[in-house]
Design a protein around this ligand. Structure first.
Ligand code: AMP
Ligand code: MG
Length: 334
């Protein structure tokens, strides 16, 4: 998560006629990315400005704890420490790390939040000079990567390193957690119909202003051709997409993307251009979408079949993309 300051308050109220539903739109920046919240018919007791302040606080709280770009965040302080003692963390951080470890086990280590040293070495984290590292530098950090080297304690919530060089990077899962947290906030405030987006990950409840399910377009990797646009209806669920085009650099004609295979230490070369996951939990969808960039398309679809996951992959093939959907992913709309 790249840190950036919140933009000034921007609240737009769109009145759609007397009896028509009212849409409240909250937009801004947080967690190094942007967010957008749309609420249909805000409960009368809920003021848009007050809601905006609460959404800002939820997202700022996640940044304060889980950002790897803010050296003062809880996670950055854990990463900087070389102690092998328990390090107390917020319950939110523990929730996210526990889910990350579950997805790590589920994917046979394809998803691994101890990827931090490799992310930094390849230049996709702070301080960020990008370039292919030397084999010696790679060998030097690979020993510090492995989710089994990270221990969790529930009460009081704490993390413990088994290797002093261990560094945790929650960038692949924290945006999804943020969506779930804003969804929980809105539900607790009595809102029923809304769409939440943080950095491209989405969660929805109820209906859109037209009274239909929220429909969202799945981001397409450039060039935007060769595959029909994919739209999905979000009925009380979430969707997340990962792509090899989001952050990458090219060197000697090779594309190095920001998703790294923890088993090789190298940016992924699976041919998966984008992976989309639908799930009740945006946190789960976010982590699985990243993991599906690491697994080969066949491995990913086998995992989806075994776990009944709703997955859509776009695989790079000569001249375009091959689209592959798991059985649980909605069929293409006519
Ligand atoms: P996302 O955009 O959700 O796919 O997350 C990508 C980010 O997750 C990268 O920029 C890295 O910071 C981090 N990351 C890279 N590879 C992995 C991996 N194999 N497991 C977990 N996190 C990763
Ligand atoms: Mg992700």
């Amino acid at each position: 998560m790249k840190h950036s300051a919140c933009v000034p308050l921007l609240v737009a109220l769109v009145a759609c006629g007397r009896a028509a539903p009212r849409l409240t739109l909250l937009e801004g920046a947080a967690m190094g990315t942007t967010f957008c919240v749309q609420v249909v018919d805000l409960p009368a007791a809920l003021d848009a400005r007050a809601l905006r302040a609460r959404v800002d606080e939820v997202l700022a709280g996640i940044d304060r704890t889980m950002s790897t770009w803010d050296p003062a965040s809880e996670l950055s302080r854990f990463n900087a420490s070389d102690s092998l003692d328990w390090f107390e963390v917020s319950s939110g951080t523990l929730t996210v790390v526990a889910e990350a470890q579950r997805i790590g086990r589920l994917t046979g280590g394809a998803f691994d939040v101890t990827i931090g040293p490799l992310v930094e070495l390849w230049g996709f984290g702070p301080p960020e000079p990008r370039g292919r590292p030397t084999p010696e530098a790679l060998a030097g950090v690979r020993g510090a990567v492995g989710f089994e080297k990270l221990e969790l304690r529930a009460t009081p919530p704490a993390l413990r390193k088994r290797d002093p060089a261990l560094r945790v990077d929650l960038s692949a899962i924290a945006k999804g957690f943020a969506v779930d947290e804003v969804v929980r906030l809105l539900e607790a405030q009595g809102a029923c119909d809304f769409l939440v987006e943080v950095g491209g990950e989405l969660g929805a409840r109820g209906r859109n202003p037209a009274g239909a399910p929220w429909h969202v377009a799945v981001e397409h990797p450039p060039p935007a051709q060769g595959v029909a646009p994919c739209r999905v209806a979000l009925v009380d669920c979430a969707v997340a997409t990962s792509g090899d085009y989001a952050r990458f650099f090219e060197q000697d004609g090779v594309r190095y993307t920001h998703v790294i295979d923890p088993r090789s230490g190298l940016p992924v070369q699976t041919g998966v251009a984008s992976a989309t996951v639908l799930s009740a939990s945006a946190m789960e969808a976010d982590a699985l979408a990243t993991a599906l960039m690491v697994l080969s398309p066949d491995e990913g679809l086998r995992l989806a079949a075994r776990e009944a996951l709703a997955v859509r992959l776009l695989v790079r093939v000569e001249g375009g993309f091959d689209e592959r959907r798991s059985l649980s992913f909605p069929a293409r709309e006519p």
